[in-house]
Each structure stands twice: as structure tokens, then as C-alpha cells.
Design a protein around this ligand. Structure first.
Ligand SMILES: [Zn+2]
Length: 145
């Protein structure tokens, strides 16, 4: 189970080839619903404890799991996390080189990724960028092919 936090503050969890968005919390558990709730009329859902260590599936999905898509979603959030360290084209060159072709294909076309980076960058700048040196270090270690 992996947790993705978007720049806009929403939290998603990835579990066994499905992604879930946080729906609600009560006193001891968090309810998560499938990200394809609308597009696939999916009622897939699970509950976790607050630490997201214990998972209970409460409702099955209407569509098969897709590990490539989930992996691409994680990569997308990693790319957006470094949106403010360079030009969108440079960021993509560095980040995408680390992943196989199928993941890059699942991420969609380069132009829309660049647009997403520019949006993420604007948002970060208005929020006073946090730890940009730390983010830069991540990319400096990445292959530059
Ligand atoms: Zn689903």
C-alpha cells in the first residue's frame, strides 16, 4: 500500500493495482473510494486505520486492476513534486528516463505533462516553496540521459 499526496492536499492510496481517494474519517477508520468511481461507475472501496497500516476491502471493483496505471500515477506525483526545480522539458527528460516505456506511455503525452508541471509550479510558488534544495538533490542523483 502506497500513499500519494497531491500538491492540492488530497491523499490517495494505491493498493493491489487500484487507487483510492479519501472519502471520510470517523473515530477509528478512514474510508477510501475507487478513483474510477465516476468514470467506471465503480463502488470499489476499502477502509483503513488512521496510520493506513491495516486494510479491509469493503466493496469489489467493476473493472480489473491496472498496475501500470497505478505506477504511472505514482510517477506523475513524483514529477509534480519537483515541478519548481527547472524547465518542464528538462524535468521530464530527467524523470522519464528512469522509467520503462509502458509507464511513460501510461503517463500520456509530453505536452500535457508539461502543462501539468507548469500548473504545479505556479501553485508551489504562491505557497512559498518548501525544501527546494532537497527536491533538487533528488534530481541531481537521477540519470541525465
Ligand atoms: Zn474501482
Amino acid at each position: 500500500m502506497e500513499i500519494i499526496r497531491s500538491k492540492r492536499g488530497s491523499t490517495k492510496v494505491c493498493y493491489e493495482g487500484y487507487a483510492y481517494t479519501k472519502k471520510k474519517e470517523n473515530t477509528s477508520t478512514v474510508r477510501w473510494e475507487c478513483c474510477k468511481r465516476r468514470s467506471h461507475a465503480c463502488t470499489g472501496a476499502l477502509t483503513t486505520d488512521f496510520g493506513i497500516t491495516q486494510v479491509q476491502i469493503v466493496c469489489p471493483h467493476t473493472h480489473p486492476e491496472d498496475h501500470t496505471e497505478i505506477e504511472a500515477m505514482k510517477v506523475h506525483s513524483q514529477i509534480m513534486a519537483v515541478a519548481d526545480i527547472g524547465a518542464p522539458g528538462q524535468i521530464l527528460d530527467v524523470m522519464l528516463a528512469q522509467y520503462p516505456e509502458e509507464i511513460r506511455a501510461a503517463l500520456g503525452n509530453t505536452e500535457s505533462l508539461k502543462r501539468a508541471i507548469r500548473r504545479a509550479r505556479t501553485y508551489t510558488n504562491t505557497r512559498s516553496g518548501q525544501s527546494s534544495t532537497e527536491k533538487k538533490a533528488v534530481v541531481d542523483r537521477a540519470p541525465t540521459e
